[in-house]
Design a protein around this ligand. Structure first.
Ligand SMILES: [Zn+2]
Ligand SMILES: [Zn+2]
Length: 280
C-alpha cells in the first residue's frame, strides 16, 4: 500500500550496533546504541529486541500511553536485552506488553531468563518491578505467531550460538524481514534465511563483518557479512536491503565506505543508522 492509505507500514531504527554499545564522536552519525526496532503496522506497534536503543524509544512512547504492544526477541544475548529495565513504558500500569522468544530450549523460558538477568548482584531489582501488564510467551521457530488481524509474523531459526530467531512481518501486501545474529556458511546459502527473505520488500540483515574479516578472524562467532546480505537479497529478489548490527569498531567513515560499496553491489541498499525510518 502506498501513502495515504490506511495500511501504513514502517520500521524505525533506535539501535543499530552489534555486541556492545559504542557511543562517541566517531559513531555519532550512525549511532552507538544496540538493537532496537519500532515497527508500525497501521494502528499496531511491534517492537523488536531490547538493546540500549530501547531506552530512547521508551521516552517517546510515554506520550502514547496506554500502549498495547508486542516485543519480539531475536534472542537474549546481552546486547539485545540490556535496554529492557530502562524502558519507561514498563512502569506505566495502564500499558500492556506481550514479550516473545523462540530461541530457548532445554526447559528454559523467557520469563526465567529475564529473572536471571535482572538479579542481584548483577541488577538491583527483578522484572516484578514492572507495573505494566506483562505476558511472557515462548514459541518454537517455524511457528507463525498470532498477531492482530491483518498482520502475520513468521519465524525461523537462525544460525547463532545459543540460538536466535529471524522474523518476517507481513501487512497490507508488504513484507519486512528482521534477520540479525545469524552466521552464514560461505557458498551454502541459508535455507531458513532465504525462506523468510523470499520476495520481501525490506530486509534488515546482520552485517557485522566484511567477507575478508569474516574468513580471516570470525568463523564461528555467529555473525554474517554485508556481502552475504547482498548475495542472499539478490537470490531472494528482495526489493531493499538494510545493513544492520554494525561492529562496535566500525566508525562512521568506515560505514560510509561500506554504504558506497553496497550501493554499487546492489542499488538501493542502505546502512542502518539511528533515527532512520523505512516506509514499506
Ligand atoms: Zn547481537
Ligand atoms: Zn547474539
Amino acid at each position: 500500500m502506498g501513502e495515504g492509505t490506511k495500511s501504513a507500514f514502517s520500521v524505525r531504527f533506535w539501535g543499530v550496533r552489534g555486541s556492545i554499545a559504542a557511543p562517541g564522536p566517531a559513531t555519532a552519525r550512525y549511532g552507538g546504541n544496540t538493537s532496537s526496532l519500532e515497527v508500525r503496522c497501521s494502528g499496531r506497534l511491534l517492537l523488536f529486541d531490547a538493546g540500549t536503543g530501547l531506552r530512547d524509544l521508551g521516552i517517546k512512547l510515554l506520550g502514547e500511553a496506554p500502549v498495547d504492544a508486542d516485543l519480539y526477541f531475536t534472542h537474549t544475548h546481552f546486547d539485545h536485552v540490556c535496554g529492557l529495565p530502562f524502558f519507561k513504558p514498563f512502569f506505566q500500569p495502564e500499558n500492556r506488553f506481550r514479550l516473545w522468544a523462540g530461541h530457548l530450549g532445554g526447559g528454559m523460558n523467557l520469563q526465567r531468563v529475564l529473572r536471571e538477568f535482572m538479579v542481584a548482584p548483577l541488577f538491583p531489582v527483578p522484572p516484578e518491578v514492572f507495573k505494566a501488564n506483562m505476558e511472557y510467551r515462548d514459541f518454537k521457530p517455524g511457528e507463525t505467531l498470532p498477531s492482530a488481524p491483518g498482520i502475520t509474523v513468521k519465524t525461523r531459526t537462525l544460525n547463532h550460538p545459543d540460538g536466535a530467531v529471524g522474523y518476517r512481518i507481513e501487512h497490507g501486501g508488504k513484507s519486512l524481514c528482521y534477520l540479525t545474529d545469524t552466521e552464514h556458511v560461505p557458498g551454502a546459502p541459508d535455507k531458513n534465511v532465504l525462506a523468510l527473505m523470499d520476495g520481501a520488500d525490506v530486509v534488515i540483515y546482520d552485517s557485522m563483518y566484511t567477507d575478508e574479516e569474516y574468513s580471516k578472524s570470525y568463523v564461528g562467532w555467529g555473525h554474517s557479512t554485508w556481502q552475504e546480505g547482498v548475495r542472499l537479497a539478490k537470490m531472494a529478489r528482495v526489493k531493499k536491503l538494510v545493513l544492520f548490527h554494525h561492529d562496535p569498531e566500525r566508525d562512521d567513515a568506515k560505514l560510509d565506505a561500506i554504504a558506497k560499496q553496497a550501493e554499487a553491489a546492489l542499488p538501493g541498499t542502505v546502512v542502518a543508522r539511528e533515527g532512520l525510518t523505512v516506509t514499506l
